[in-house]
Design a protein around this ligand. Sequence first.
Ligand code: NAD
Ligand code: TYD
Length: 366
Amino acid sequence: MDTAPTPPATARTFSSLLVTGGAGFIGSHVIRRLLRTQPEARVVNLDALTYAGNLANLKDVEGNERYTFAKGDIRDADLLQRLFSEHEFDAVIHLAAESHVDRSITNPLAFLETNILGTATLLNVAKHAWTERGCMDRVLFYHVSTDEVYGSLGDEGLFTETTPYDPRSPYSASKASSDHVVRAYHHTYGMPIVISNCSNNYGSHQFPEKLIPLMIRNIVDQRPLPIYGAGINVRDWLWVEDHAAAIDTVLQNGWVGDTYNIGGLNEWRNIDLVHKLIELVDAKLGRPEGHSKALITFVTDRAGHDLRYAIDATHLETRLGWKPSVTFEEGLANTVDWYLDNKAWMDEVTSGDYQQYYDQHYANRG
Ligand code: NAD
Ligand code: TYD
């Protein structure tokens, strides 16, 4: 079978979309966007509502008659089969995953189970359902992945789509593995797939265990700001709404079988980014300049901490015409405003399970 990437004849439109992990950070932005840009499509959000999934992220679309929430696990093949036969999906946008590197270090098996077995279960059910319906030529399985599959860069260079996979954390190994399984379904069974690998996202509704919302929260509350190691690790940050726009672009126009790196050429050392956040949050709260700098606390480095990620998104830009819409200054200011204006959201998502995790992992680090 010829499985070289092929372009769609025209931009794709859909009537029934399954989004997995839609109650999480990126998924909630994707759902909000697809309800706008796919005006004919019904959208089912399948999410297990783990500690990271929160329906508060989607309050504004709850009343939309084209939107349905289904609580469940992507490893539950019976549930998936029921959803496929009830809704006759013509595309799957797969985001459900365990997503936090630190948690993957303390509990790797949960990552292998959800990210690998969950993805394989979803692929398998999709394959059977679409084969039975005889619609394999009109459907799409879109797998949302990370640049962390490529490993860690030194001071120079960027990840491209041909960079060899070299995952180094249980999280990135599980995502790399799921990418391979998705490609295997394409090459072996002819399933139409696309994959995108994105750099670190920031924006509203991100669970405050990830660097940016964690730091904003702690600056507001005047708690220690834990910097792993010397703070010299580099991440390449992209505004989540630009990631959602890129996903939408790939969904509509991505070549079947192709892979797209997504990033905004926006590299920051962690320590510099934390200084920037201190400046923005202190200014917003009317505190004197530099007020929260004393909260910076260097803590034991993350095990196997990848030094640097940086994405070359030329392929996506030239083939499909996507570009980020905001500068980092604009995106970060918008993000800080959102967290300051949505303290109730922060309190809600950190009230339960996460609070215990936070206490166990960070309480004695300051
Ligand atoms: P998140 O942790 O905020 O959300 C994940 C969602 O998946 C949650 O709503 C959770 O309840 C759900 N989920 C977890 N296990 C599940 C299961 N077994 N069955 C059903 N639902 C389950 O993650 P995110 O940051 O929004 O990331 C979404 C996707 O994008 C992930 O696949 C991640 O690997 C990828 N990604 C994230 C980033 C980033 O910077 N956050 C960058 C690139 C790629
Ligand atoms: P994170 O947001 O967990 O994303 P990822 O590990 O997927 O890149 O971390 C971003 C960077 O910030 C990473 O180099 C680890 C570092 N970091 C800290 O220094 N302190 C923290 O408390 C956290 C959560 C992360």
